[in-house]
Design a protein around this ligand. Structure first.
Ligand code: MTE
Length: 303
């Protein structure tokens, strides 16, 4: 075993949930959060008319209410049907505009990269949201190991294609395999993570084991699960939801309360575990960190 996976750590090393709540690096966007207040009971904050606080979503909710169409389209399907999924051994193809295209063992790809804890808001395009403590490595550190050529402008990610393991891939719900992509500067942003764990444990199959993407300022569908390939390219790559419904799902998919989905509003969201809907924040609350990536772009056209 070359990397320290969360489940290899002695219990004393695992950060308790209470410690996530105090971490200064919490979610990056300190401006949108009252950090010291996180552990206080929600009742202490009359939400109306005030900025709403973020509290961690329960591990049970985050691992049983999922989108992973390879296992089925119902929220409970991924947990119910992923028990036998084989997340090791796992290889990742490094393809396209790189110095040396190759296939690497996942553990070798991640070896000796610092495993980071990041608590991020997670906002699905369906207008529900969660707050999740992820563990992973910064995508920029992995990209540095891929040696992309100077002309590479985008990176495309692909999920495993294996209808024997993925019952959902036996039906034409989406053009399989699922694909996603980022512009290179988005991929290199320090908030962008390749995730291998959550809640201090190895990533559950239903959440995308062994490797998924997390881009906290974008809608959750950008967070592709079960990644088997990183392809570097100079053209904006195909992405699954954009491919099937370009009017509904853009390539950028930045969380934007001002641009509604054609069939529903994106102004508010249902935080799983909470009673009232809350206001959705531009860039999911990470505007201070990422808005400059889109300077000069029309965010209504580039949705
Ligand atoms: N990745 C794959 N391969 N297949 C999927 O169906 N669903 C996406 C994304 N990644 C999906 C995927 C969507 S729509 C969301 S909101 C998130 O995964 C959900 O992640 P979660 O189940 O961990 O909350």
């Amino acid at each position: 075993m070359l990397i320290r996976r969360p489940d290899d750590l002695p219990a004393s090393d695992i950060t308790p949930e209470s410690a996530y709540l105090n971490r200064r690096t919490f979610m990056g966007a300190a401006g949108a959060l009252a950090l010291g207040a996180l552990a206080a009971p929600a009742a202490a904050f009359p939400a109306l008319g005030r900025r709403q606080e973020d509290t961690l979503t329960s591990e049970e909710d985050a691992t049983s209410y999922n989108n992973y169409y390879e296992f089925g389209t119902a929220k409970e399907d991924p947990k119910a049907l992923s028990g036998d999924f084989k997340a090791r051994p796992w290889t990742v193809a490094i393809e396209g505009m790189v110095k040396t295209p190759r296939r690497v063992d996942l553990d070798a790809l991640l070896a000796r990269l610092p495993l980071e804890d990041r608590v991020y808001r997670h906002r699905c395009v369906e207008a529900w949201s969660m707050v999740i403590p992820w563990q992973g490595v910064a995508l920029k550190d992995v990209i540095a190991r891929c040696d992309p050529l100077a002309g590479a402008k985008f990176v495309q990610f692909t999920t495993l294609l294996d209808p024997r393991q993925f019952p959902g891939q036996r039906r034409a719900v989406l053009p399989w395999p699922y694909k996603e992509g980022l512009r290179m500067d988005e991929a290199m942003h320090p908030l962008t993570l390749l995730v291998t764990g959550m809640y201090g444990k190895t990533l559950p199959n239903q959440n995308g084991a062994p490797l998924r993407l997390v881009v906290p300022w974008k809608y959750g569908f950008k967070g592709i699960k079960g990644i088997v390939s990183l392809r570097f390219t100079d053209r904006m790559p195909t992405t699954s939801w954009n491919d099937v419904a370009p009017e509904e799902y853009g390539f950028y998919a930045n969380v934007n309360p001002d641009v509604d989905h054609p069939r529903w509003s994106q102004a508010r969201e249902r935080r799983i575990g909470e009673f009232r809907r809350r206001a959705t924040l531009p860039f999911n609350g990470y505007a201070a960190q990422v808005a400059s990536l889109y300077a000069g772009m029309d965010l209504r056209r580039n949705y």
